[in-house]
Design a protein around this ligand. Structure first.
Ligand code: HEC
Ligand code: HEC
Ligand code: HEC
Ligand code: HEC
Length: 133
């Protein structure tokens, strides 16, 4: 009985691993309809101009809804495309530049939080060097 339970658990774990790997592996079907949230994200597209920005994606994505940041799905159905899929180096019509997209979304919320709760000032960075480390 105990062995049977173990065997069942093993099969369940193996299936879960395969499903998980096919979702995150570059060899798996892509792009994902809605990817696995990453723990840490480093934004470094502009690393030649400014030091990269690393943030705790997991924490942000448990505190806020995915759509708060991933506010538009790609035409292929991917709900979490990179921001640069749509936001380019320069503003196009109503679509802000990638730099503005990040600064407005990230700093915008941080400033709002600090205004509502001064203890957030130290936690949600609004000064250059606290994001660009
Ligand atoms: C809340 C976080 C945050 C704060 C605060 C912040 N930035 Fe950024 N900034 C970003 C992110 C994210 C990017 C995109 C980085 C990348 O992809 O390399 C970026 C990109 C940039 C870039 C490169 C884009 C370009 O077009 O040159 C510059 C320059 C920059 N920031 C300057 C600043 C300066 C100056 C300040 C302070 C006045 C500042 N940032 C404050 C998050 C922040
Ligand atoms: C605070 C804003 C924020 C929240 C909330 C958030 N994300 Fe993200 N996420 C980002 C940013 C910024 C990136 C990096 C995008 C880029 O590279 O241009 C990212 C990257 C991703 C990626 C990798 C995309 C790629 O192709 O490299 C996935 C998948 C993802 N997020 C899924 C999620 C899911 C699922 C949730 C909700 C459970 C979520 N995110 C919540 C901001 C957020
Ligand atoms: C599928 C295309 C697409 C993706 C992906 C996308 N955006 Fe946008 N974004 C737009 C368009 C188009 C606008 C212009 C206003 C509108 O139509 O909502 C916009 C507007 C914005 C604005 C201006 C305020 C607003 O909401 O109108 C910010 C800030 C922004 N995006 C940040 C981001 C960030 C950060 C990411 C990645 C986490 C991202 N966007 C991903 C298409 C996209
Ligand atoms: C909807 C609100 C919101 C948005 C959007 C948001 N943040 Fe935050 N962020 C917070 C709050 C609140 C904290 C403080 C969390 C705490 O410690 O209580 C925080 C903390 C941080 C920190 C310090 C802790 C850590 O995660 O490493 C960094 C860096 C950061 N944010 C970067 C970013 C970047 C870059 C973006 C845009 C891609 C972003 N944030 C978008 C609300 C937001």
């Amino acid at each position: 009985m105990k062995d049977l339970k173990k065997a069942v658990l093993f099969v369940v774990a193996a299936v879960a691993a395969v499903v998980y790997l096919s979702a995150v592996s570059p060899l798996g079907a892509q792009p994902p309809a809605n990817g696995e949230p990453k723990d840490t994200v480093t934004l470094d597209k502009y690393k030649d101009k400014k030091t990269p920005v690393t943030f705790n994606h997991k924490r942000h994505s448990t505190d806020y809804k995915c759509e708060q940041c991933h506010h538009k799905a790609a035409p292929d159905g991917n709900k979490n495309p990179t921001c640069g899929t749509c936001h380019k180096a320069e503003k196009v019509d109503k679509t802000p530049s990638l730099k503005d997209a990040f600064h407005d979304q990230c700093q915008g919320c941080h400033k709002e939080k600090a205004k509502a709760d001064p203890t957030m000032k130290d936690k949600a960075p609004t000064t250059c060097a606290k994001c660009h480390k």
